[in-house]
Every structure is written in structure tokens, then in C-alpha cells.
Design a protein around this ligand. Structure first.
Ligand SMILES: C[S@@+](CC[C@H](N)C(=O)[O-])C[C@H]1O[C@@H](n2cnc3c(N)ncnc32)[C@H](O)[C@@H]1O
Length: 263
């Protein structure tokens, strides 16, 4: 079994999403869930509880998420929002409408072809309060203490260093700022052999972490009021769950946390 470096993981993930961006056609989705339905996020349901009908096909056709961070985020007019791994821009555009002209939205993605698609899509939606930046979520090109709400849709599971991702999110949030994230999380851990399968990793499966490890990384960054719930069973709080060992069951999670005012 070969252990990949973090850089190799980034390159493999980037190659997959560059290919998807380059091949994307309106109304042809290549979501994390296409092909493999082993993650319970893959219910072939409409991901969003809010209206997406106003979005052009070029935007909805490149929707690659596993949940609805926009509804989770409960955005207010005037807020500054950051989207981790913004892809073709779908969540940025919905967030931009909700925060209005007095607010703004920054989308960060490490895949240049995705940033290019997102900018092409921006030209079609007429939302000047959205900006896309090329960069890694482990090293955000964003000022400290500048963001009200961080959203993300099916991206953090792809990172080889989730501890650093949550440290970075904490850095850029204002005191009192919030995380509202949809992501794939597991109950139980993937084996080292499973984690070495880069195809499954890049498809948002084996990069996903056990809920206890995921919560530990959020807590270590300094966040409070951490909540992790299964999108398919949202009444049950999972943030206190002890690791289940293997095999892992992957699910689409709703994750929220707050950066406290007094750090
Ligand atoms: C599954 S897609 C989700 C895209 C978008 N959030 C959506 O819902 O359509 C994952 C995206 O995250 C980006 N990505 C993955 N790992 C990243 C990282 N470490 N830093 C920045 N972007 C990353 C990929 O380039 C890709 O565009």
C-alpha cells in the first residue's frame, strides 16, 4: 500500500475536478454521488430546500455538492460569506442573493478550471457582490477576522489536512462568526487500504473522517457549539459520538460551529 503525500492528494483531487469543469455541460451533473451510491448522501433527491429555478443551467449542471449549506447558514443582508471549494459557484450565487448588495461573497477553489467556470457563470447571473479566488482551503487567501459565515458543500472531506482547514476557518472568521457546512462524514473509520484509494477519495468517499475525529479537529481549532447531524436523520445530534471502529458508514452531514467572542 502506498501512502500519498498531502501534495499528491491535492494534485489527484485537482485533476478530477479540472476534468469535470472542462467536460461540464448544462444539465449534466457529475456530483460526488454519481456512479457510486455507497455514501448515504446519494439519495438522488434535490439537494436544496430553497428555490434554485432562477439559476442558469450552466450553474445547476455543475452542482457537485451533497447538501444545502445555504439553508443551514440562515444568512442575513449585509453579511460577508466565504465558500470553501466553490466549484462552479452555485452556493456563492445563492448566498449573494441572500446577503444582498450590502453584503459580499468570496468563493475559494484550488482548481483553476473551476474558478474559470465560476467566473463565466458569474457573468450570467448578474451578481457583482461575488468574487472567486484561486487557493487552497488549508491556506486561505482571506484576511483574518473578516468573515461572518463560512459555508462549504462536499469539500472538506477531500482535504488531506482537516485540522489545518478548521484552523484556517477559525482564523478568517470574525469573533461570533459561524461555520455552516455540508460535508461527508463517517461513523467508523476507513482502513488505511481504503484511504489509499485515490479514486474513491476524489469521489468524496474515503477522504471522509469519522465523526469523532472530525469534531475533535473543529474543537482543536477553538470552535464552540459544535453540531453534526445526518441530513437523512437530522433529529439526532452526533457530535458526541464515540468512534465506531470499522467499517465506515458515510453520510451527508450538516455541520455547524461558532467562533466565540472571547478567544
Ligand atoms: C465536490 S466539488 C463541490 C463544489 C461546490 N461546492 C458544489 O457544491 O458544487 C469539490 C470542489 O472543491 C475543490 N477542492 C477540493 N479540495 C480543495 C482544497 N483543498 N482547497 C481548495 N479547493 C478544493 C475542488 O476543486 C472542487 O471544485
Amino acid at each position: 500500500m502506498t501512502t500519498l503525500t498531502q501534495e499528491q492528494v491535492h494534485e489527484e483531487v485537482k485533476a478530477r475536478y479540472a476534468r469535470i469543469a472542462d467536460e461540464s455541460q448544462p444539465q449534466v451533473s457529475s456530483s460526488c454521488c454519481d456512479g457510486d451510491t455507497s455514501a448515504s448522501c446519494c439519495d438522488s433527491i434535490s439537494l436544496y430546500d430553497i428555490d434554485t429555478a432562477w439559476l442558469p443551467n450552466d450553474v445547476t449542471g455543475l452542482s457537485l455538492g451533497c447538501g444545502d449549506p445555504i439553508t443551514l447558514a440562515e444568512l442575513q443582508p449585509g453579511q460577508t460569506v466565504l465558500d470553501l471549494g466553490s466549484g462552479g459557484g452555485i452556493d456563492c450565487f445563492m448566498a449573494a442573493r441572500q446577503v444582498g448588495e450590502s453584503g459580499n461573497v468570496i468563493g475559494v477553489d484550488m482548481t483553476a478550471a473551476m474558478i474559470q467556470k465560476a467566473n463565466q457563470n458569474k457573468a450570467k447571473v448578474d451578481l457583482p457582490n461575488v468574487e472567486f479566488r484561486l487557493g487552497q482551503i488549508e491556506d486561505l487567501p482571506v484576511d483574518s477576522d473578516s468573515i461572518d459565515v463560512i459555508i462549504s458543500n462536499c469539500v472538506i472531506n477531500l482535504s488531506p489536512d482537516k485540522t489545518t482547514v478548521f484552523r484556517e476557518t477559525y482564523r478568517v472568521l470574525k469573533p461570533g462568526g459561524r461555520l455552516a457546512v455540508s460535508d461527508i462524514v463517517t461513523l467508523g473509520r476507513f482502513t488505511p487500504q481504503e484511504r489509499a484509494d485515490m479514486n474513491a477519495w476524489a469521489e468524496c468517499i474515503t477522504g471522509a473522517e469519522d465523526v469523532a475525529d472530525y469534531v475533535a479537529a473543529i474543537k482543536a481549532a477553538g470552535f464552540r457549539d459544535i453540531s453534526v447531524r445526518d441530513k437523512g436523520n437530522p433529529d439526532v445530534e452526533l457530535s458526541g459520538t464515540v468512534s465506531m471502529g470499522t467499517p465506515a458508514r458515510a453520510f451527508s452531514a450538516r455541520v455547524t460551529a461558532v467562533k466565540p467572542h472571547n478567544q
